[in-house]
Write a protein of this length. Structure first.
Length: 428
């Protein structure tokens, strides 16, 4: 099911290349279909969205927007214990992200110059939330709470209706708890296009965030520039770094917790212990028999799962940084020893009792993370995702005259004489 390889400079390189091919796979047919949907929605608005909703979801609601009072009523249909869990998770997420807030600032110099930076939330943001079998209330919390902390004026959520044309109550409950302002029942590429261009019902937004299938991801990619987006998310992935002190039962469970997401998901164990590798493999075979998504897990592990045995922890860390995984677990005797050495990861989970699902749902750090090696240069979704910054400058006449010659010299060197003239005409 999951193969074991030796880090010999050849086998692990071949595996990394295979992962890269998975991430680069594109579907031209999907791109063509999504382009057609986007153009139709741009031209025909609600009419096009309604037609696609009936075609793909089975039934369109009478009105796309869910009234506030209905949102509250739907929340009452949820399991009270789940509502309590949602509220606890929301508190943890809110507490973590409140610490990310930045303040506008201003500084003055002795010569009267004033400079600063203004930070403010985006005016309107669209949040895409999958529905059906992939309905994730946790994603509502993880996207909406940082947006509201950032000061987003209006948060618009879109989510597909069920086959009966009605919303998922758990998604509605999460939206109410997270402070979503308006909810529209529409999904797929057509919902993304509606957010980007605006329709008779849906207001145009400045940025679109949230996960979705390949059609949603392709729509976000094609519409980037018309509207800002968070990121293009690839298949989920986990890398577990472990020494001989780790528990193979835990490792097997954690690897499969990501493999169950998707047939293209990647689960990797890097260890310095050959015995741990063998014991973890046995645990995978034993535990998978009890899991509901066994077929998906087995396909994922067969094709994109691997256990890599390294001679040294230094080589293991090198590989981890090269892979730049979405989720990185450090199941070592002293995990804090490695924090400063692990430079490329979306989120790091330290120790045997910090499994990845803790971050997915509850601990507080965001679960919207860079995938496919992009943790080398991308960061997790955060309050910063939802703010914009602008600088300001105030110079006095005297201060400008003091810097005049340097500015003119710069402009003339670059051949921009009109720039230079803007300074020259202010010469006393």
């Amino acid at each position: 099911m999951i193969r074991k390889i030796k880090a010999d400079g050849v086998q692990e390189v071949e595996f990394l290349a295979k992962l890269g091919e998975r991430s680069r796979n594109t579907n031209k047919d999907v791109t063509e279909t999504v382009s057609e949907i986007i153009n139709n929605v741009m031209m025909n608005g609600d009419k096009a969205v309604r037609e696609y909703t009936i075609k793909f979801d089975g039934k369109a609601p009478d009105a796309f927007e869910v009234p506030k009072e209905e949102l509250t009523a739907l929340t009452a249909d949820c399991d009270p214990e789940f509502i309590a869990t949602l509220k606890k998770a929301a508190d943890n997420i809110r507490n973590f992200h409140e610490r990310q807030k930045q303040q506008s600032w201003l500084t003055t110099k002795d010569n009267g110059v004033i400079m600063g930076q203004r930070i403010r939330g985006l005016k309107r943001v669209g949040l895409y939330v999958p529905g059906g079998t992939a309905a994730y209330p946790s994603s509502v919390l993880m996207n909406a709470i940082p947006a509201k902390i950032a000061g987003v004026s209006e948060l618009i959520m879109v989510t597909p209706p069920g086959k009966d044309g009605k919303p998922n109550p758990d998604i509605m409950a999460a939206a109410a708890i997270a402070g979503v302002d308006r909810v529209f029942l529409m999904g797929g590429a057509q919902a993304v296009a509606a957010l980007a261009y605006g329709t008779e019902s849906v207001p145009k937004v400045d940025k679109i965030v949230g996960p979705g299938n390949i059609f949603v991801a392709t729509a976000k990619k094609l519409l980037y520039g018309t509207v800002d987006i968070d990121m293009i998310a690839g298949p989920s992935e986990i890398l577990v770094l472990a020494d001989e002190s780790a528990n193979p039962k835990f490792l097997a469970a954690d690897l499969m917790s990501q493999a169950e997401h998707d047939k293209l998901a990647s689960a990797i164990l890097i260890t310095t212990s050959d015995k741990l590798a063998e014991d973890t493999t046995k645990e995978i075979y034993r535990q998978v028999e009890e899991l509901s998504r066994k077929d998906i897990i087995e396909y994922s592990l067969d094709n994109y799962g691997v256990i890599i045995v390294c001679d040294t922890m230094e080589r293991a860390i090198e590989l981890a940084n090269e892979l730049a995984p979405e989720h990185l677990e450090v199941c070592c005797e002293n995990p804090m020893e490695y924090v400063g050495k692990l430079d490329n990861a979306g989120s790091v989970f330290l120790g045997n009792y910090s499994p990845e699902p803790l971050g997915d749902y509850f601990a507080g750090p965001n679960h919207v993370l860079p995938t496919s090696g992009t943790a080398r240069f991308f960061s997790p979704l955060s309050v910063d995702t939802f703010v914009k910054k602008s600088s300001f400058i105030y110079y006095t006449d005297e201060a400008l005259q003091n810097d005049r010659d340097d500015i003119i010299r710069f402009a003339n060197t670059e051949g921009l004489t009109a720039h230079a003239n803007s300074i020259i005409v202010r010469k006393k």
